[in-house]
Design a protein around this ligand. Structure first.
Ligand SMILES: Cc1cc2nc3c(=O)[nH]c(=O)nc-3n(C[C@H](O)[C@H](O)[C@H](O)COP(=O)(O)OP(=O)(O)OC[C@H]3O[C@@H](n4cnc5c(N)ncnc54)[C@H](O)[C@@H]3O)c2cc1C
Length: 467
């Protein structure tokens, strides 16, 4: 907290020194990786506090699962927290000794997600009290509001506590939908116990992406016998990982700022060309990864809207891939008849007692009604950041300290990740990282992008914080 103003032994003013206190709101992957970058950059300078509403850090929505079938969907080589040290996670895994039941002999394999949570905790261990040097603190609590005050930012917690720091970084992640306990719907990241489905209960999963696959794996591992129907408008499944040799794409080769239909034509042509050369679509998609933020930023709001409506599903099913073992297990679930994928829209839901009758209007014509015991919402993470259980973003927007982008998918930030207020001015003290910044960066949900963003923000803050 703020001490009395005056001079420190080094002759520097204490009110400046306190600016080296940085509060990070959200202790998921983004918050922890940012803390690690700040503390590595200049440990003597920073005093970091992570405010996390869950009892543990490093879990967030992705890495809290203990299910062994819930694998990382990114290879180990892409999951290092440090972009300048891509083998860091691989070395950590090797140092940890043999992994029970995990077949992983090189950095191109896929390991259970709970290991990543352990890794994240370990990368900040040198600073985390009481065993570390005490420069990193974790406060368990929910941040409900923050406001800039003279010389700093006051962060209010739901239990009435207030923390004050020179700088705040929002790492609040994805807006998680909240469901009433008696609703027929469950969120996408519930444990088997939370789902509360009887072994023979029938399940409808809305969405056919990676979270649907997680739920199917979890249900089957628990011995679930009931039928599982997964529905999405196109019924497309994520593609599987396979070795790729990304093309060398020069920025001059990429049609920045063109229409979405031109971009898609160019993509298809480039894939055909890669195939003719003996490669495949993965080589093109992987080659585009370093340029996707630039492509997004070159789009007008209308082009972005078109991309989200017409091209996003197509992009995401190629971009976010399944580990090969998970894909095999998914195929088995379809082949043995437990899982059915339907391309349809939901036309209506009628709930009577514990069961729901869901009418599906199939793509290409026809209707069917499925009667299920549970509906799991796996429609994806692209949500208005003011929705869901976290109120801090909504209050920032209401107060004018932040503003939503034209599409309502994130808050606006400047190139340095400072949040932009309703007046169009960038804050000098409040920054954001991770999915909450997707309006500016779009591809900012996976670790390979988040770690680069955290490294850049740490450099910015190391430069800004003055003694
Ligand atoms: C199921 C799933 C699997 C994934 N697998 C991978 C993968 O294998 N590889 C990959 O690269 N990416 C993966 N991702 C992408 C994922 O988005 C990122 O890797 C990562 O989870 C983003 O972390 P985050 O900290 O930004 O967000 P989140 O994981 O959403 O964490 C945000 C944290 O902030 C806390 N919080 C929010 N609001 C407040 C508040 N007001 N006060 C206090 N605390 C708050 C939350 O409790 C949470 O712990 C996956 C995503 C999902 C959903």
């Amino acid at each position: 907290m703020i001490g009395a103003l005056g001079s420190s032994p080094s002759g520097k003013r204490r009110d400046d020194v306190r600016n080296a206190r940085i509060l990070i709101v959200g202790g998921g992957a983004s918050g922890v990786i940012l803390a690690a970058h700040l503390l590595r950059a200049d440990p003597a300078r920073f005093d970091i506090t992570i405010i996390e509403r869950r009892p543990i850090i490093g879990a967030g929505i992705a890495y809290g699962t203990d299910e062994p079938e819930h694998l990382l969907n990114t290879r180990i080589s892409g999951m290092s927290a440090f972009p300048d040290d891509p083998d860091h996670f691989w070395r950590w895994l090797q140092g940890r000794g043999p992994l029970d039941g995990v077949d992983c002999s090189d950095p191109f394999c896929f390991v259970p997600r709970h290991l990543y949570r352990e890794y994240l905790k370990d990368i900040v261990a040198p600073w985390l009290g009481p065993d570390g040097d005490g420069r990193l603190h974790v406060v368990e609590g929910e941040c409900v509001a923050l406001r800039e005050v003279a010389g700093g930012v006051a962060v209010e917690l739901s239990d009435g506590r207030t923390e004050i720091a020179g700088t705040v970084a929002l790492a609040t992640g994805h807006a998680v939908p909240a469901y009433a306990p008696d609703a027929p719907y469950s969120g996408p990241w519930c444990s088997r116990e939370e789902l509360g489905i009887q072994p023979h209960g029938d399940v409808l999963i809305v969405g056919t992406g990676l979270s649907m696959v997680d739920n199917v794996m979890q249900l089957r591992r628990g011995g679930h016998q009931g039928r599982i129907t997964a529905v999405s408008r196109r019924g497309l499944l994520p593609r599987v990982h396979a070795p790729s040799v990304p093309l060398k794409l020069d920025p001059a080769d990429i049609p920045f700022g063109t229409s979405v239909s031109f971009l898609l034509r160019w993509l298809r042509q480039t894939v055909r060309w890669a195939e003719a050369e003996g490669g495949g679509w993965r080589d093109v998609v992987d080659a585009l990864r370093p340029h996707t933020q630039g492509l997004w930023q070159a789009m007008t709001p209308d082009m972005r809207r078109r991309f989200l409506r017409h091209a996003r599903t197509f992009w995401e099913m190629h971009r976010h891939r399944l580990a090969p073992t998970v894909e095999r297990a998914l195929r088995e679930a379809i082949a043995d008849g437990q899982l059915r994928i339907v391309a349809a829209r939901i036309h209506g839901v009628e709930t009577a007692g514990d069961r729901s009758a869901v009418t599906l209007r199939r793509r290409g014509g026809g209707e069917e009604t499925v009667v299920v015991d549970r509906i799991i919402d796996c429609t994806g993470v692209l949500r208005d950041p003011t929705s869901g259980g976290s109120h801090v973003i909504a209050r920032l927007v209401d107060s004018g300290a932040a503003r939503l982008d034209a599409l309502g998918i994130g808050i606006e930030v400047d190139p340095r990740c400072a949040i932009v207020g309703a007046d169009g001015l960038a804050s000098k003290r409040v920054f954001a990282v991770g999915p909450v910044t997707r309006a500016r960066f779009w591809e900012i949900t996976a670790i390979p992008d988040i770690r680069v963003q955290c490294a850049a923000l740490a450099r910015t803050l190391a430069g800004d914080v003055q003694y």
